[in-house]
Design a protein around this ligand. Structure first.
Ligand code: SF4
Length: 716
């Protein structure tokens, strides 16, 4: 009888980063259970995590997995299997010629918060260190970039200051722009336990929808989409009037309060209640609860981030925490919940167009010089890279000619799919590196590079509370698939030869060698992990950063000493001013459409869509409307409707729910074109919800406003 192996890893879905134990016989995953020793979940798993083994069944793997490299030499050809050497040689020649002819900025990399930290590190070095372009961005731009910009503007570094334990230590939890019960279920379990242990704990939820999270709140603020800055400024206005701000803390540890104080004078309860569409007394109650409590903790996610004013929303909430000194103490702080499993790790290695290794900034010449020294190259290019939406616009404009997509599916997840599809058709070469051959982006690939996935990968990830987990592979690589970092390195070595560069940049044989280089890059930085090693992570378990050399443990909570990683050690208030959504409703497009996650699905469903029981909660896409709006339009429950914006349309069954206020609508984000029109039949613009979303971006974070579009809804 074959012995059952148990391998420690994490769940590959959300940023809670639950530890799992994979049970396998070495050839297939037989089961999965929560890791009782992992501090993120102590053995608990949600519906998605507990069915991971079902998504890894051999039958499904055979049907959906990309197992061999495929290549086509001409766009009109069909891709056919080719060896790794033939495929990577072809790619390297094409890259070298394109770089010589059009310069390094004619290349773009679009990667993913699903990659492990080591994969991310290598891709970043490949783009910025070898190719010589900063055109590397990731789907984390669609996820956490406004949180990053908000933290940096106010606190000086991209570092969530709180930790999961704070949920048990707080008096008030303020959940905003997050259906935590669905999107971060195991974290929400902690909140349920904290409430049972402390019946006095109050929960305030601000959300346009009355989600399951909102239904459980002590106080629900059903704000209109995009009005968060007005809400936070209004709460600060009330805290000022009622003497709930902490002037001693403000004077000692912050700067810039005078200008903000002047601004929020105008955000009277009546004005804010009108903008937000909420009752004045509820706003006042929320401000009092938040300001008076011994410890207030804010949990927030895409409702703040996926917005054309996402950075201001994040900064305005952090302003509120700074002004009331609700930060740097047990149970208090602004705490962004990471969407993807390793969006944090990607940020740590600088795997985005405006970042460099270890939270360095591309725009800072000293930071560029430090990274060049670490990598042993002359310089890192100074020209800012294209961020996600900008990158696809540049591809469509013919400026970027080669696009390498790794571990993500932009032909479903990016806003305004018409633009994205045009870009993918226009590119001279599209490379898709993925574990699955079933994603919409693969349809556009000239080259398909098969990659390993959950249960097959080695490396590390960082979760929402800055905790790094060492992941081990339970299974061997299937077919001819390679690890993401291996693919990048094999390619890089070929490109180095063609570009006559010294072959020194990618000497790694193991993920540990990559991680050790990343670790060294963090020395002296806010996320210093020089006291950690793979061995320590294995022996002591997952650890939080910072964990500098000589430390015995990581830091649970940041800024307890009132010192911030800014030039003068003070946090900065940002003078946040409310801006309406990018596309207001009007008579032609009268509905405010919001989008979001469903309880049992993950992103584009390439994995969760293979597990039958995950459709029990919701089996098909729909548009959720208020009963009043449906009645006015003679739409009955289940009737098909056209949901149309200025950019596109999709047909969906309409479902009535009291979670939505009249004038609003909601569509889950998971279903793509195959539901509506069949794979490849994409000429009709039916690309799922992103047929209708718009690519308006935040001026600082460059994150698109995926959470709101003006639409009309007509009976089909
Ligand atoms: Fe996975 Fe997130 Fe569920 Fe944990 S809460 S099991 S990380 S999906």
């Amino acid at each position: 009888m074959t012995a059952i192996r148990q391998t420690r890893a994490t769940c590959c879905y959300c940023g809670v980063g639950c530890g799992v134990i994979i049970e396998s016989d070495g050839t297939q995953v037989l089961g999965v259970k929560g890791d009782p020793e992992h501090p993120a979940n102590y053995g608990r798993l949600c519906t998605k995590g507990s069915t991971l083994h079902l998504s890894a069944s051999p039958v499904l793997q055979q049907q959906a997995r990309a197992l061999h490299p495929e290549l086509r030499l001409e766009r009109s050809d069909t891709r056919t299997p080719a060896s790794w050497d033939v495929t990577l040689d072809f790619m390297a020649k094409k890259f070298a010629n394109t770089i010589r002819e059009h310069g390094p900025d004619s290349i773009g990399f679009y990667i993913s918060g699903q990659l492990l930290t080591e994969d991310y590190y290598v891709f970043n070095k490949l783009a910025k260190g070898l190719v010589g372009t900063n055109n590397i961005d990731t789907n984390s731009r669609l996820c956490m970039s406004s949180a990053v910009a908000g933290y940096k503007q106010t606190l000086g570094a991209d570092a969530p200051p709180a930790c999961y334990e704070d949920i048990a230590l707080t008096e008030v939890v303020f959940i905003v722009g997050s259906n935590t019960a669905y999107a971060h279920p195991i974290l929400y379990r902690r909140l349920e336990m904290a409430r049972r242990a402390n019946p006095k704990l109050k929960v305030i939820v601000a959300d346009p929808r009355k989600t399951d999270t909102a239904r459980e709140a002590d106080l629900f603020l059903p704000i209109l989409p995009g009005t968060d800055v007005a809400l936070f400024n209004g709460m600060l206005h009330i805290c000022l009037w009622e003497d709930l701000v902490d002037m001693a803390y403000i004077d000692a540890h912050t700067e810039g309060f005078a200008a903000l104080k002047q601004t929020v004078r105008d955000y009277t309860p009546a004005y804010v209640a009108d903008i937000c569409g909420i009752r004045e007394q509820d706003l006042v109650e929320a401000a009092r609860l938040f300001g008076k409590s011994r410890a207030s903790l804010s949990l927030y996610c895409q409702g703040l981030n996926q917005s054309a004013s996402g950075t201001a929303k994040n900064a305005a909430l952090i302003n509120l925490h700074l002004a009331t000194a609700q930060i740097g103490k047990p149970g208090a702080g602004p705490f962004s919940l990471t969407g993807q499993p390793n969006a944090m790790g990607g940020r740590e290695v600088g795997g985005m167009a405006n970042l460099l290794s270890a939270h360095r900034d591309l725009a800072n010449p000293e930071h560029r010089a430090e990274v060049a020294r670490l990598w042993g190259i002359d310089d890192v290019p100074a020209k800012p890279g294209k961020t996600a939406v900008e990158m696809f616009e540049a591809v469509r404009a013919g400026e970027i000619k080669i696009l390498w997509i790794a571990c993500t599916n932009p032909a479903q997840s990016m806003p305004e799919q018409k633009l994205i599809r045009e870009a993918l058709r226009k590119a001279e070469l599209v490379i898709v590196q993925d574990a699955y051959k079933t994603t919409a982006s693969v349809d556009y690939a000239d080259i398909l590079l098969p990659a390993t996935t959950w249960s097959e990968k080695e490396g590390t990830v960082t979760n929402s509370e800055r905790r790094i987990t060492r992941i081990k592979a339970a299974l061997d690589k299937p077919g001819e698939a390679l690890h993401d970092w291996e693919i990048a390195i094999r390619f890089a070595r070929k490109l180095e030869a063609l570009l006559d560069k010294p072959r020194t940049l990618f000497p790694y044989e193991t993920t540990e060698e990559i991680w050790n280089e990343h670790r060294e890059s963090t020395r002296g930085r806010d996320l210093d992990i020089t006291g950690l090693s793979y061995r320590i992570l294995e022996e002591k378990g997952p650890q939080q950063w910072p964990f500098p050399e000589g430390a015995n443990s990581g830091k649970k909570r940041l800024y307890e000493d009132g010192l911030f990683p800014t030039a003068n050690g003070k946090a900065r208030f940002v003078n946040t001013i409310y801006q309406p959504v990018a596309e207001p409703v009007d008579v032609r497009y009268p509905f405010r459409l919001t989008t979001g996650r469903l309880r049992d699905q993950w992103h584009g469903m390439s994995r969760t869509g293979t597990v039958a029981q995950l459709f029990a909660h919701q089996s098909e896409p729909s548009v959720v409307m208020s009963a009043l709006d449906m009645e006015r339009r003679s739409i009955r429950n289940g009737d098909l409707v056209h949901v149309t914006s200025r950019r596109g349309s999709q047909i969906l069954p309409a479902i009535s729910s009291d979670e939505i206020r009249p004038g609003q609508a909601f569509i889950g984000m998971h279903w793509g074109e195959e539901y509506v029109s069949g794979r490849g039949a994409n000429g009709d613009g039916s690309y799922g919800v992103n047929a209708v979303t718009l690519p308006a971006i935040d001026p600082y974070s460059k994150q698109p406003e995926l959470k709101h579009a003006a639409v009309k809804i007509l009976k089909a």
